[in-house]
Design a protein around this ligand. Structure first.
Ligand SMILES: Nc1ncnc2c1ncn2[C@@H]1O[C@H](COP(=O)(O)OP(=O)(O)OP(=O)(O)O)[C@@H](O)[C@H]1O
Ligand SMILES: [Mg+2]
Length: 255
């Protein structure tokens, strides 16, 4: 295992006076591929927003590559859960992706290198042929792929993905997980998803978040982790978790 790139110690987050995250402890090492599952409202998106500096914790320590969130959040790439987009806003696919290079520009124009990086990112999500299309003309799944390309064009060290396959078709989803494994050679990945069987097939470590984080240093979902998170293992079984990931529990799953 590499060195820790994300360290969270005893994190508490309140939103509108309600405790959304409590006692969250997490260490993510370099080149890890962490999957986070959990019920709706469990705090997954909130946890990512803490890492991005968009939500301030009431308590706890958060470090990105040994430094504060403010100092190092530029090392994070982010693919948001919902691609909310004003369809009338005039911007092309290529413009969205190259805009990721702005943070590094300090007033200079985009270089040939910037365009190369943006095109390579579009190529990776199979969207290069649509580079000149208006964002407003894309389908939901296509738009999501562009947002992945945009995150990649920033050349992040750590990529955060919140339900990136929610509106992509199954052919793209399969290729997408393969792409993530490829990217994992170059960067650390944190993937939030409800697609439990896919997540547990592709990730290196798995955590469940339901206000607090149940985390074990493996891909095994322990019975305790599931019960603590979902309070209902049967729910999970209905989703068809691969046997090799979910150990036998109560004789219901596994073989
Ligand atoms: N800005 C906010 N103000 C008040 N409460 C919020 C705010 N944002 C989120 N919440 C609440 O915090 C809890 C955690 O929300 P969050 O979006 O992190 O869940 P999630 O695990 O990502 O869920 P999902 O699987 O549905 O995406 C929810 O109960 C939600 O209603
Ligand atoms: Mg969410």
């Amino acid at each position: 295992m590499g060195k820790p790139v994300i360290e969270i110690k005893n994190l508490f987050v309140d939103l509108d006076g309600v405790t959304v995250l409590e006692h969250v402890n997490l260490t993510v090492n370099e080149y890890d591929f962490l999957g986070i599952i959990g019920p709706n409202g469990g705090g997954k998106t909130t946890l990512l927003r803490v890492l991005l500096g968009l939500v301030k914790p009431v308590r706890g320590k958060v470090r990105i590559m040994g430094e504060s969130v403010e100092k190092n959040r530029h090392l994070l790439g982010y693919v948001p859960q919902y691609a909310v987009f004003d369809r009338s806003f005039p911007i092309s696919v290529g413009e969205v992706v190259i805009s990721a290079r702005l943070a590094r520009k300090q007033g200079r124009r985009f270089s040939r290198e910037d365009y190369k990086i943006a095109d390579a990112a579009l190529e990776r999500v199979e969207m290069l042929p649509l580079r000149s299309r208006q964002m407003g003309e894309l389908s939901g799944g296509e738009r999501q792929r562009v947002l992945v390309a945009r995150a990649l064009a920033a050349q992040p060290r750590i990529l955060l993905l919140d339900e990136p396959t929610a509106s992509v078709d199954s052919r793209f989803a399969a290729g997408f997980y393969e792409l993530l494994q490829e990217l994992n050679q170059e960067m650390t990945l944190i993937l939030v998803s409800h697609d439990i069987s896919a997540v547990s097939t592709y990730v290196k470590t798995l955590a469940c978040l339901n206000r607090t984080l149940f985390y074990e240093n493996s891909r095994e979902l322990s019975q305790e982790m599931i019960e603590n998170t979902y309070h209902c293992p049967v729910d999970l079984i209905a989703h068809g978790i691969p046997h090799r990931v979910l150990p036998p529990h109560n004789g219901v799953v596994g073989s």
